[in-house]
Design a protein around this ligand. Structure first.
Ligand code: BDR
Ligand code: CA
Length: 311
């Protein structure tokens, strides 16, 4: 099994990503760490527990991490995910299981004691940057960092040029790209924009399992409304589960290696600048995913979350 830490900011699509990870037998989740992004990290930890509770997996530990970006002021995405981060529909809180603090310590301890660890980071990269600052050597045991973030040809989703996770903490993203020492698998908007949860898919989920379908329908309603009002899309783009799916099966996305840096200032703040033409003659520090197969992803997502063999 692939051992992973899911570093996240739940977040509606983060919750779906967590459900997919929990339903994937190839993965063993060492722990969940939260970072301030869509919602503050303590609320994110609360939402990770709410999702684990729904999946009956409260045995997995949750660690709360960075409260704010490294440098810039914190801007949440509660307009997209709801004030509570899970669509404002009253998913029950977990009272009897606490989350732990010190996510960065947990990441470093796990790296030190695990031979091949994959980190799937589906929020801003603040926790990872802090861990790297503290002990870069521990990252020798990292097998892979899959990061949902950035964009290459695709336009931004919170500025004309920037994707939210890198825009929220551009300094952290820049540090991680610069210092990790191995290519980051960048599952950005070029591929995730192709993953749209549509009303007919939601309807079909009810045929597969009403209980799970209702949970997904409830938490995504706010997200549906946001996409309709903001982008004129019927359905919602679910970014984060594709990063988990890619960690399970790298054949789901294809791309190229390149040197990437993240802009930390000015009107392009948060933009991932991908040197696809090798102008800078720098060693590639990213594997930029640009192609995916949405139908293959959806088949995987539904069959796993609803525990059905397709075909
Ligand atoms: C990313 O930003 C967040 O709103 C989502 O959870 C996802 O991780 C997409 O830009
Ligand atoms: Ca996220």
């Amino acid at each position: 099994k692939k051992k992973i830490i899911l570093d996240c900011d739940p977040g509606i699509d983060d919750a779906l990503a967590l459900m997919l990870a929990l339903s994937s037998p190839e993965l063993s989740i060492c722990g969940i760490t939260t970072v301030s992004g869509n919602v503050p990290s303590d609320l994110g930890a609360c939402n990770a527990l709410r999702t684990l509770n729904f999946m009956n997996r409260l045995d997995i530990p949750v660690y709360c991490g960075a409260e704010k970006p490294l440098v810039r002021d914190y801007v949440s995405a509660q307009d997209t995910h709801g004030a509570d981060g899970l669509g404002e529909i009253g998913i029950p809180l977990v009272q009897d299981v606490p989350w732990h603090s010190a996510a960065v310590d947990f990441i470093l301890d796990t790296l030190r004691t695990t031979t091949a660890l994959t980190i799937v980071a589906i929020g801003p990269l603040t926790n990872i940057a802090l861990a790297l600052r503290r002990d870069k050597k521990a990252f020798q045991n990292l097998s892979q960092l899959v990061s949902m973030g950035g964009n290459f040809r695709s336009y931004g989703n919170c500025s004309p040029v920037a994707e939210y996770n890198y825009w929220c903490d551009p300094d952290a993203a820049s540090e991680v790209f610069e210092n990790l020492g191995r290519p980051i698998h960048m599952v950005g908007l070029d591929v995730t924009r192709k993953i749209v949860l549509t009303p007919n898919l939601l309807e079909y989920m009810h045929v597969l399992d009403r209980h799970t379908a209702e949970f997904i329908q409830k938490i995504t309603r706010f997200y549906f409304d946001f996409h309709w009002k903001q982008e004129g899309i019927i359905g919602c783009v679910i970014n984060d589960p594709l990063a988990v799916a890619y960690a399970v099966n790298p054949d789901l996305c294809h791309g190229f290696d390149a040197y990437t840096d993240i802009e930390t200032k000015g009107i392009c703040i948060g933009q991932s600048v991908v040197d696809s033409m090798n102008f800078w003659h720098k060693k590639p520090n990213s594997h930029v995913l640009t192609q995916t197969d949405p139908l293959a992803f959806m088949t995987m997502f539904l069959s796993r979350i609803f525990q059905k063999e397709p075909g």
